[in-house]
Ligand binder design. Structure first.
Ligand code: TRP
Length: 335
């Protein structure tokens, strides 16, 4: 029997290069080897977008198209919508007894998100709902509903996988060995920095290059990247280690990277051309992907059908898991 992958994203915006190197490439690479389920986490997105359901709904399709565009193949993988799987909501309720409020408040990912919210909206706007604080429990339900072996994610998700593993151990020790402890798998670039020098590329940080951006948008964003502030003129020597363009070259221009650094340090490489070269390389890497995305943008009914089928396939597994969980918890009354 094949091992299983479960992973996915919140539909709060289109996916960007950070998702691409952090998790999407792994999904595509591993979908032959693993039985793969990719969730579009609309329930989780609603935990902090409950006042904007339109945004979540619109982005369910956007995120589905991003996955299909990069090569998640609906013939091999199942893309499904979280809220269409009621078993996951059931599991979330049962698991919530196994997690203390203090433990949720200590989760580093949750902590970071709360402080980001406070920075954006003030102490008040950053007030935390029960639903938001509890989303790691719902994420543990996502993963264990499939008894997933592997969860390809970006580095920011590691504390959530760790919390899931704790829930699994607690459940199994109380009720018997029913759930599997998943492993996380982080992509080649664990956390892609922003072109603005931010430690992370993020849709909420306004520094993202989206998979679905046009070539022109990509060029424009790269032109605004942070470079060595000591370089004023085109032929001033500069230090690639403090330049975000050079950092992106190290990821998207691997073969040229050594020469790029040499030329930069020697002052024989102007920033304008250097940025252009990076934009060209990224645009080349994404050109097939963007073409595929265009296809799906023009065939939305096909995307919906893929989601419908993926969701139906997913439910076969989650129903089975819920049955086992309820049996272990002795709440399988009419069986
Ligand atoms: N937390 C992930 C994000 O912010 C989305 C997600 C929900 C997820 N459930 C998951 C990721 C289960 C991996 C496994 O994008």
């Amino acid at each position: 029997m094949k091992k299983r992958i479960l992973t996915g994203d919140r539909p709060t915006g289109r996916l960007h290069l950070g998702h691409y190197v952090g998790s999407l490439l792994n999904r595509v690479k591993l979908q032959d080897e693993y039985e793969t389920y990719v969730l579009i986490a609309d329930v989780q997105a609603l935990t902090d977008n409950f006042d904007n359901p339109e945004k979540v709904r619109e982005n369910v399709l956007q995120v589905a198209m991003d996955n299909l565009a990069v090569g998640v193949d609906p013939k091999k993988s199942n893309i499904y919508i979280q809220s269409m799987i009621p078993e996951v909501a059931d599991l979330t309720v049962y698991y919530s007894n196994l997690v203390t409020i203090a433990r949720l408040q200590r989760n580093p990912t949750v902590k970071t998100e709360i402080s980001q919210k406070k920075a954006l909206f003030g102490e008040d706007g950053g007030s935390v709902t029960y639903g938001f604080l509890g989303y790691p429990i719902s994420q543990a339900a996502d993963i264990t509903a499939f008894n997933a072996d592997l969860v390809p994610v970006g580095e920011d998700q590691l504390p959530l996988i760790e919390q899931c593993r704790e829930i699994v151990r607690k459940f199994n020790s109380l009720y018997g060995e029913v759930l599997k402890e998943p492993e996380a798998l982080v992509g080649e670039v664990a956390r892609l920095k922003g072109l603005d020098g931010n430690t992370k590329m993020g849709k909420s940080l306004g520094n993202a290059i989206y998979i679905g951006d046009s070539e022109e948008e990509t060029i424009k964003k790269i032109n605004n990247a942070v470079t060595d502030p000591n370089k004023i003129k085109k032929d001033d020597p500069a230090e690639p280690n403090v330049c975000m363009v050079a950092y992106y070259h190290s990821i998207f221009s691997k073969n040229e990277y050594e020469d790029i650094c040499k030329e930069c340090r020697a002052g024989v490489r102007g920033c304008v051309n250097c940025k252009r070269q990076l934009a060209d390389n990224i645009n080349n890497e994404l050109s097939g992907i963007r073409e595929k995305r265009k296809y799906y943008e023009n065939h939305v009914d096909e995307v919906k059908e893929i989601l419908k089928q993926g969701t139906a396939n997913a439910r076969i597994i989650t129903k089975e898991t819920l049955k086992n969980v309820k049996k272990a918890m002795k709440i399988d009354y009419f069986e």
